[in-house]
Design a protein around this ligand. Structure first.
Ligand code: SF4
Ligand code: F3S
Length: 122
């Protein structure tokens, strides 16, 4: 029956769309820097913060990529271009972002951020 065929197909499409959705990921370079330039350009509220760094909520990120070139220490990656050594950060961002408050305004970088930036080679 056409009605029964339609529903499963629709559900399959929806599931596939969810599986294929990519996100952007904040990695270790943000730690002890927190320049927040990324927050200034993000069109949605997907950044969350703790006392060390920021995390992106994968369910809120619309994959625009605007934040990537803004970070002075290149801490943010498109998930599809994440180096293998940073794969763990996908789960960290997903987990931490759900537990921490949204940050949607820029703020002062951490004291020592410029020094750490130099140490990181930027
Ligand atoms: Fe925000 Fe776009 Fe970066 Fe996602 S990719 S965190 S929506 S600026
Ligand atoms: Fe962190 Fe870079 Fe944003 S240091 S706060 S990811 S601009």
């Amino acid at each position: 029956m056409p009605g029964f065929d339609y529903l499963p197909r629709r559900l399959r499409r929806r599931r596939r769309a969810k599986e294929e959705k990519m996100t952007f990921v904040v990695t270790d370079n943000c730690r002890k820097c927190r320049f927040t330039d990324c927050v200034a350009v993000c069109p949605v509220d997907c950044f969350h913060a703790d006392e060390e760094m920021l995390y992106i909520d994968p369910d809120e990120c619309i994959d625009c990529g605007a934040c990537v070139p803004e970070c002075p220490v290149e801490a943010i990656y498109d998930e599809s271009q994440l180096p293998d050594e940073h794969r763990e950060w996908i789960a960290v961002n997903a987990d931490k972002s759900k537990k921490l408050p949204v940050i949607n305004e820029t703020g002062d970088a951490f004291p020592g951020a410029e020094e750490r930036k130099k140490q990181l080679g930027f």
